[in-house]
Design a protein around this ligand. Structure first.
Ligand code: GDP
Length: 318
């Protein structure tokens, strides 16, 4: 059973903060099918880390609904190199947008985090209750601390001012707008690119990092956007909600699936000089499921769509 619709987007002025990013642009695509007015602010117009700029823009543009998808993001290497930026920029962005939303009477706000907020040793699948029950993974604690503060801001504004501000954290994402740089990308775009290049070069084998045994959960960013709009309409509460597909796959199996989609029949060469990372990272998405959302597309379908999208995009260098 689906939870009742408790909030309508119809006719509303909806601000997608971070609309140029992978998540924000997916939310903009999804909102195109809703009867609402989409507001965006370019980086040149508003620097979200500057309080006065955010306050002026919100006051002038009067959004009624906010999807807060703006953040400084990056992989393991970027987090290690720019810890101050990951902590400072993300704290400022969320504090400014959440505060300005409260002072300007925004009716509803959804803050998007990441499942890296959970303790390193959290039991799998990771339930929402695992938050703040143990030490974080050191490599991304700067980003995680900022995202935890964002969740707490939503809770605090709800408690003190009665603001209907909610928070959700998606699992590992893939899809249009992803990063295909082999040094800094996540696993799916890296495997797509490697399989494609190996196919074009008629190579005998392609490299896969690590042992292939770690497991990951992957969610298409358009499914995340659909779940975000669903939560906006059907959920209100203090608890932050996990957004995931509920399914995990071993990296070796993922590599085989990518090769099948791309049409590459060579060997997989597991490079064990590269790190495996955490053995498992699965979000428990049963709360979201109970609310009535279970719309994640099959992984093979999503990989096929992502491959076609990449080949047709300006991120593909040929
Ligand atoms: P994580 O989920 O934070 O560990 O980030 P990644 O998406 O970068 O890596 C997930 C898993 O995929 C790790 O076990 C990697 O070792 C493995 N992997 C296999 N091949 C690749 C690759 O070419 N690039 C990346 N980034 N990861 C790979």
């Amino acid at each position: 059973m689906t939870a009742a619709e408790i909030f309508s987007l119809k006719g509303k002025r909806v601000w997608v903060a971070g609309h140029r990013g992978m998540v924000g642009s997916a939310i903009v695509r999804r909102l195109a099918t809703e009867d609402c007015e989409i507001l965006t602010a370019s980086r040149e117009t508003v620097d979200l880390s500057r309080q006065a700029e955010v306050e002026d823009w919100v006051e002038a543009n009067r959004p009624q609904v906010v999807f807060l998808a703006a953040a400084k993001v990056g992989g393991i290497q970027a987090n290690a190199t720019y810890p101050a930026e990951f902590l400072y920029d993300n704290l400022m962005i969320e504090a400014n947008v959440i505060h300005a939303s409260q002072t300007n009477g925004v009716e509803k706000l959804l803050f998007l985090g990441s499942t890296c907020i959970y303790p390193k040793m959290a039991a799998q699948p990771m339930r929402e209750e695992a938050l703040l029950t143990g030490p974080l993974e050191e490599t991304n604690e700067w980003y995680a601390i900022a995202k935890i503060a964002g969740i707490k801001l939503c809770q605090a504004y709800r408690k003190q001012y009665g603001s209907d501000f909610i928070a959700a954290q998606p699992t590992n994402l893939y899809g249009p707008g992803d990063n295909y740089d082999l040094e800094t990308s996540h696993v799916l775009p890296a495997l797509l690119r490697k399989a494609h290049e190996a196919k074009m070069a008629k190579a005998a084998a392609m490299d896969v990092w690590g042992t292939g045994t770690p497991k990951r959960e992957l969610l298409h960013v358009d499914d995340l956007a659909d779940a975000a709009v669903f939560l906006m309409k059907h959920y209100s509460g203090e608890m932050h909600i996990n957004i995931g597909s509920g399914e995990e796959i071993a990296i070796g199996d993922l590599a085989e699936l990518v090769c099948k989609v791309v049409g590459y029949a060579g060997e997989l060469n597991f490079d064990t000089t590269k790190p495996d990372g955490t053995p498992r990272k699965l979000a428990d998405a049963s709360r979201l499921k109970q609310l009535g959302w279970h719309g994640a597309r099959p992984l093979e379908t999503g990989i096929g769509e992502t491959y076609a999208d990449w080949l047709g995009s300006d991120r593909y260098a040929g």
